[in-house]
Ligand binder design. Sequence first.
Ligand code: DGJ
Length: 725
Amino acid sequence: MSTDVVLLRAAGTALLLDTAGSAVPRVLHWGADLGALTPGEVAQLRHAATPTVQSSAVDTPIWLTLLPGEAEGWSGHAGLTGHREGIAALPHWTVSEVRALTLAGEPLPAEHADGGQVLVRAHDEAAGLAVEIEVRLEAGGLLRVRHAVRNTGVGPWTLDGLRVLLPLPAEAGELLDLTGRWCRERSPQRQPFTLGSRVRTGRRGRTGHDAPLLLVAGTPGFGFRSGEVWGAHVAWSGDHVHLAERLPERAGQSSAVLGGGELVRPGEVRLAPGEQYRTPWVCFAWSDQGLDGLSRRVHHWLRGRDRHPRTPRPVVINTWEAVYFNHDLDRLRALADTAARVGVELFVLDDGWFRHRRHDRAGLGDWTVDPQVWPQGLHPLVDHVRSRGLRMGLWVEPEMVNLDSDLARAHPDWLLATPDRLPLEWRHQHVLDLARPEVSAYLLDCLDALVREYRLDYLKWDHNRDLLEAVHARTGQAGVHRQTLAVYALLDALRQRHPALEIESCSSGGGRVDLGVLEHTDRVWASDTNDPLERQLIQRWTTLLLPPELVGSHVGGPTAHTTARVTDLHTRCLTSLFAHAGIEWDITSASAGELDQLAAWTRTYRELRPLLHSGDVVRADLPDPGALLHGVVAADRTEAVFAYVRLTTVPEARPGRVRLPGLDPARHYQVAVRTDFGSALTGDIHPPAWCATGVTARGSVLAAAGLEMPALHPGHGLLLHVRPA
Ligand code: DGJ
């Protein structure tokens, strides 16, 4: 390989950068692995791919670089925008350094195919700016890129936006992203990728229930199992932008770009001379095997992190829907007793335990145990929970404050708000300005004291509002950027003091689900709806980014509190099985039969969780719009579990054959319906014979011919266990 190109390759994908000359590296290719190209082949590729010059257009070929801008003829959203007190910044970069390394930091050998990293430094003396570009192709094929800009000039420089963008080929003709709301997070929407910009902005001061999660461009009609797809995710929990843009001139080597970054408010990032701003990581993935291929790359990277949870994910009982604010020691002890009997391993005391917190109008900020409800502190409960063999977790919402709290009365100036006017209340609460060191120090002390006193194993860290008019009172500057960094720092400081502590990221359900917060926490709460049918869809799309072990899912009561839908216990259990499972229901009121069913379910979860929490997530593209099939296939493809779920009825009487994707075509398997914790094959269902006997078949047969499925009633599902024959 010549020194004027860098080829990063891993797991069937590649990024080829042209580093010749002093320009920011051009992206010659991002997508399928091209093999270990020789210098001659790269030269030929560059030659063959050189863009033509059009009439009435820029007079030289336009190539897109890692930081596209007008200086190179790109008229779309630029990589970097900003100004120096009103003077436009249109930098013309000169690269001073390009370093290509393996992921371990060694010089990158020519034939290396296990990923790698590239560090680029460039500057523009006249503009008084310098940039750093970091590119990492992880071993599983996830591509992570971030930029930093430094003010090297005289006087302050104000950032408008620093976005990470990569070129897409013309084949990417359709877009998919997610949106949603409270209790209906991560709902997909698709559209043709036409000329113009698809810009998804999040201005909620948190990731948001409507966040895109992953912005995907792909060959039209791409699905979970098919199509060539390119995806981008901004790993950030504050304001963000994801964008896909296609211009008519087919600028550069492509016709479009994909990417995003932090959304910075006017004046929010103003760099004094010498100061630097760094973007969050923007994660990209390419696959020619549809969305499941993208997920595999992200999951692989997440699972390789040092802090990825590797211990078996404990069965949780969460007290929220069981007792809400009605905390009562005897009642909670009884709940712990019943939970222990059905195999629960972690007890999480939710909202309502701290001073003045008898309802959601008071108490946030006063992180000491309410002496009226808990005269001996939480010790009697914690001791009881531990005596039953369960671990102990506690709910907190550190970033928030009620005006009716001792904290707000003592420190009204600690709020993230203009000094003269408060933003609108949301769930009767406001936001603390964590960028003030004394605020973060207070919260760290409170949390540290609680974790120490009760030897807590787990915190559920909630965040129940959007940020509105989030301004630092002292400076008047927009505050989401510093707030987000301060929250991350607080999480890290607490974890540093308590390395074994696990933290769940909750935000009125699934309002803070992103790879930024997961660098500082151990799982997410996907949604406040425990309705299993809503959850089937929410989990299907949450696992686009996150593997099941990072996604909390609880079995609620028979009537869902958020939809009033009544569902079968088997369906509720089946749904939570494919996640980090738990219970959120006053099971002291459950019948003996229901408790037996729950106990059988936790046994099944314990048996299957090593597979569920390590294998590849697969989601079938069924032609039947009323049914879902999803599963987890062991990395070595020796075993799998699938859920086949009927959400709604359809006009056809029989579902017909359903194909099981993701198995080894050459292997022989035994497929069985697992009925350990109940079955949907009762009453007037006439299941096919194999449902009772099991069936053996080759992976190729299961993938191409499929299995006849029973005509389940809506709201019911089957658990299939696929083992070696
Ligand atoms: C919102 C969360 O999503 C719920 O699970 C629960 O913890 C409540 N907050 C408590 O206020």
